[in-house]
Structures are given as C-alpha cells and as structure tokens.
Design a protein around this ligand. Structure first.
Ligand code: SAH
Length: 464
C-alpha cells in the first residue's frame, strides 16, 4: 500500500484549485460536495465555474496563482492541464503548506483523490493507486447499485440518536441495537417516509433496553484450508460478530482480515503440534474471555474435529459452564484431493479412506499397517512431513507395493499451492528434497488424475 486512505477534515478550511478547464471542472464537482471554502485561480474560467462564483459557492480569482495564494489551504489541486503551469502552481502551494495533487500526475502528487460513492455521511472511497481506473469505476458502479439511496439519511438520523443509544451498555448490546437499526428497523421505517424513522428508533431502543445481555459463548469454528472462499457462511458471520478470536498459526492472513476490526485477535500459535501456547493456556484463555461475557471464536484450521484437540477444549469450556457450538470446516484432505482432481473414495478402488496423523505414529497398531498395505487402499496423512520415512518403512515392511502412488499437496487451496508426486519407494527422499515449508497433506494410494491417466496410457501401450 503506497497510499494510505484517510478522511481529511475540511469543514471551514480552504481548498485551492488552479485551472479553469475540463480537469478543473471534474475535480470541482467533487470538491464542492464538501463543506470547505473553495478558491479557484483561473484567468479564463469555464462558464460553469463563473456560475458557481455568482452563486457564491466558490471564490473565483481571474489571474494566475501567485505565492501566498494557497496559505492556510488544506489541499491544493493543480488542474491547468499544462505541465509547466502545474509544476509552477504546485511549487507555490507546497511552499504555502498545502498538500498537493497534480491532475493526471501520480508521480508528483502528495495525495490522490479516490473514486467516491457518496451517501453522505457514509462515503466509500475506492483507490487503485492509478493501476486500474477501469476497475475502480466498476467497483463504484457496483456499490452505487448496492447501497440504497436512503443509507445517508439513515446514517444522519442515526447519528443524532447516538446520545440516546448510549443508554444501552457499551459493547455488544449497543452494537446489536445499531445493527438492528441499519439492517432491519431503519430500512423498514424509511420506506414509509423519513419522519417514520425517529419513532422507529425510539421503540427499537425501548425494545433493546428490555433485552437480557447475551451470555458469553465459545464457537469452535473451522477456517478451512486457507482460501477465504472456502469458509462457511456461518464462519463468516461469526467472524463478523466476534468479540475475541483465538486462532492457530496455520490460519491464512486473508481469513484473519475478515475478523471484525474491533475484535481482540489472539494468536495461540499452534501449528500442527509445533511450538505453541500450551493447551491449558489456550483453554484458560477461552474460558476467561467467555466468562466475562465475550463471544469467543476459537478459529481452527480445516475442520475443528480433525486432529484439532477439540475435545480437550470442549471439556474445558463445558466444565466452566460456558455454552459452545461447533462449526465444521473443509478439512485439508478435502481441499487437497480436489486439487489433484481425484475422489477420496471410488467405486472398485477404495470404499474407505483413513485419516492418519504422521505426528503420533507410536499409537498406530501393527495390524493397521497391514490393512493399509493392501492394494487400492487410500490414506490422507496429516502432519506427515517428519514421519515420512517411518511411514514408508512400516508400509513396505507390511508388504505394500513400492510403486504405490503418493502425492503431497503443500498449501492446498492457497495461492502458493504445490503438488509433489512420488511413489512409496521414493517418498522419504522426495519429501526431503522438496523442502516443504507450508502445511502439507500426504495422500498414500492416490496420484493426480492427469498423472494417473498418463500412467494407464503407458501400461496400455506396453501391453499392446
Ligand atoms: N483441523 C485441520 C488439521 C489440523 S493438523 C484440518 O481439518 O485440516 C495440521 C495439518 O493439517 C498440517 O500439518 C497439514 O498436514 C494439514 N493441513 C492444514 N492445512 C493445510 C493446507 N492448506 N494444505 C495442506 N495441508 C494442510
């Protein structure tokens, strides 16, 4: 982000513009929406500018700019559409202490003007740092269509009601009230006229004042494998409402971006079974916040019920007498298998699939290895990077075919996804050589569909 978006207070301050042609007009149409004092310097102003001057909504000075003309100005626009004149006027304005924008000259501008969706006092500013004006216009058109014209009115009336709404306790009760106003009661009332909004706010407040506060709660939410579009609608909603979000390290940054801005974001640091906050610390953290009435989201990668130590966390929350819900997510095996164009189960190949963790192999009984070593078996191995050699050894020892396909999907569903194809015989050396740094899921007994098709073709040719 080379440009940081902010909203500048311009009420009662000066905005100065040099220029009298089309570029000046385009900027003035925006600037005149503000409550700033606008001054235009133009020896030959367009008729519209003359008219605005006559109406008294801007001050027109019919001469080129001179030093001191932009004194005390908050912002300055160089809009003469002439390189030399723009350079001259912007130097004056800079010396006078104004922030400078030169029309169509990103390089020398100190700020840029975004595309604006105006539902005053609600304004949406869209910027692309000059990279894609077409995109900015498309987004603007989209928002113009989406945001009802009455939104500004609702916000204005809402603003005048803020003091009254302070009767509600700070935090969630107040937030719930406003959400109810903007998304339900407000739009319903305004459809029968602006004057219906005030009374609607009054009765909404009475209703909310009589409500009991929601008790603290913990939602164990699956964040999926990393692609934010693979979140469930429930997960999105909970992230939007959470007071506290306690997340594992594996949660991808674009998903954390979706957390409500005011929520407390806590990194529990768990990555597989790697270095982390201790399980009892995490339990204590959830309980502590929920006991204080917070809506806690315990955000876990993939599906919370798969290798997530979910039961320990549920026990802790349950013992503290705190309510909880579980929101399933897309587990890494589902995302990884999709990326290789295969199914986890397939008629006449495997009617069952095992989810194993490579981390704790000591608990995996010998007869399980024997079963897995039979032809056609499929397993999804989580946290299997370090234990690749052990798994390979056990399977071969129990008679598995060394040519059994093995596919490793690193960063499934993420932009940096990588697919590594190998066989049981070469699993350990290939995994080491690949130097995987992200989370990786190992499929035993599955090759990517394309590779499988190619292999079948070779076999057919050899047989022919
Ligand atoms: N509950 C999670 C698993 C947690 S254990 C789930 O349902 O997916 C952590 C392991 O999950 C990692 O070591 C890795 O094997 C796997 N994993 C998680 N996200 C992954 C991803 N995007 N790509 C590949 N494997 C992933």
């Amino acid at each position: 982000m080379n440009h940081f978006p902010i909203f500048v207070a311009v009420e009662g301050r000066r905005i100065v513009l040099s220029g009298g042609g089309d570029a000046a007009l385009a900027k003035l149409r925006l600037i005149l929406k503000t409550t700033a004092h606008v001054t235009v310097f133009a020896p030959t102003p367009a008729p519209e500018i003359e008219a605005w001057a006559v109406e008294g909504i801007l001050r027109l000075v019919r001469r080129p700019m001179q030093p001191g003309d932009a004194l005390c100005a908050a912002l300055f626009y160089a809009a003469d559409e002439n390189e030399n004149e723009d350079a001259r006027t912007s130097a004056i304005a800079r010396a006078d202490g104004a922030l400078v924008n030169i029309v169509d000259n990103l390089q020398d501008s100190q700020f840029i003007t975004p595309a604006i969706v105006d539902r005053d006092p609600v304004t949406v500013a869209i910027g692309t740092e000059g990279a894609a004006p077409v995109l900015a216009r498309a987004i603007k058109a989209d928002l113009e269509a989406k945001l009802p014209a009455t939104l500004g009115t609702l916000a204005r009336i809402g603003k005048s009601f803020r003091k009254a709404a302070d009767a509600l306790p700070f935090g969630r009760p107040r937030r719930d009230f406003w959400a109810d106003y903007y998304f339900n009661a407000g739009p319903a009332a305004i459809s029968s006229g602006e004057e219906a909004v005030g009374p609607a706010l009054d009765s909404l407040l009475v209703d909310h004042l009589s409500r009991k506060e929601r008790p603290g709660h913990v939602a164990f939410v699956g964040a999926g494998p990393g692609d934010p579009e693979l979140l469930t609608l429930k997960a999105r909603k909970l992230l939007d409402e959470a007071d506290v979000v306690i997340h594992d390290r594996l949660i991808a940054a674009p998903i954390l971006e979706l957390v409500r801005r005011e929520a407390t974001l806590l990194d529990a640091g768990k990555e597989g079974f790697g270095p982390s906050m201790s399980q009892s610390d995490i339990n204590a953290l959830m309980v502590e916040h929920a006991a204080r009435g917070a809506q806690v989201v315990r955000l876990k990668s993939g599906d919370p019920t798969v290798f997530g130590r979910l039961d320990e966390e549920i026990d802790a929350v349950g013992e503290a007498g705190i309510g909880y819900t579980i929101v399933p997510g897309i587990t890494a095996a589902s995302a990884a298998v999709a990326s290789i164009g295969q199914s986890l189960t397939k008629r006449e190949r495997n009617s069952s699939v095992r989810f194993l963790t490579g981390h704790d192999m000591k608990g995996f009984a010998d007869h399980d290895w024997a079963a897995l070593a039979r032809p056609g078996e499929v397993a999804a191995i989580y946290m299997g990077k370090k234990s690749a050699r052990f798994i390979q050894g056990r399977l071969i020892m129990h008679g598995a075919d060394r040519a059994t396909p093995v596919t490793i999907v690193e960063n499934a569903s993420r932009p940096d996804q990588r697919i590594l194809t190998t066989t049981l015989a070469h699993l350990a050396e290939d995994i080491a050589a690949a130097q995987l740094s992200g989370p990786a899921l190992t499929f035993y007994g599955l090759a990517p569909r394309a590779a499988e098709a190619a292999m079948n073709e070779t076999i057919k040719q050899e047989l022919a």
